[in-house]
Write a protein that binds this ligand. Sequence first.
Ligand SMILES: [Zn+2]
Length: 339
Amino acid sequence: MRRSLILVVAVMFILNITAIFFVGHRKAPTPSQQPTIGGMSRIPPEKEKPKVEPVKPPQRALPDFVQIQKHRQSEEGTVYGDIISHSKGKPFGDQGGRGTNAHETTHGINSEIRNAHTNQGKKINGFYVLEGRGVVLEEPKIKMEHAKKFVPKNLQSYRWDLYLVKQLRDWNDTPTYICDEWVAYINGGACDVDDVKKGKHKGGWTDGVSGCCDFTIYTIALCMATKELDPDYWKNYKQFRNFVVWEMRFAQKIFLEGRVMKEFKWDKQDKLLLEFLESPEAEAMRKFVREELDGVWLDINPADIKKTSFMLLVPEYTESRIDREIVLGLNITHHRARL
Ligand SMILES: [Zn+2]
């Protein structure tokens, strides 16, 4: 009797130890195993980490592009070769320098794009924007001269008379002729800057990148005139606005790269940029750029421009070869810039 009592106690002891062992080693229930009440978990799940949405860069609207075929072999891997190889017609030639060739040959490709995409009834224009891409635009229903009143006197560069006075006689019915010149100057500037970087630039100083700045100003004026006089086009035809914003960004990049290169530095172009960024006369234009053109160019800090301007050499010249109207026959005199 006593022995069986001891046996019972011993068995109960062993069972108890075993029970403790198993309970102690049971895994905690996973959330899916947890009992729920009406679908709600009774035991609060581990605190979930707040979801961090990746910050997406703002979507930049692009213009629609058309593909431009290569028509000839030229240098691989340079802006110069890009432009020359996409010209169906004979390129202008290097007699005035590679940048001038890039500018003038761009005019030729622009005209080829215009002719290839002529649409019955609609007046269009075309622009070669490098890397085998063209942009086709419908013309707004305004005259080129309408852009003039939006350019204050202090933003009228040394090219004003040639393009906005003389050329206007032939191009008044084609207001985006301003963009034709703009793109030609940007491509010419891009070629010049690229050539300096790659050791291909020859022939000393030129006003190689100034057209990126003054024709950006004239293009902004064209947009202001378009909004005022053809508001439906401005509001609904986003191809124009998207093209301008996109090309303005590229013009800014080329100008800022080129303006500090000794081959292109010039107090006059910096002064024009500072007038655009700071002068009260240009406030209406800046307001338009802020509200309608994504504020491109306005992120340039005037202090940075002033800081790098004191060392400029001021070339004196009378003519430029671009567009055959003026010759880049430069008689460079070195003296301090007066900003
Ligand atoms: Zn031109």
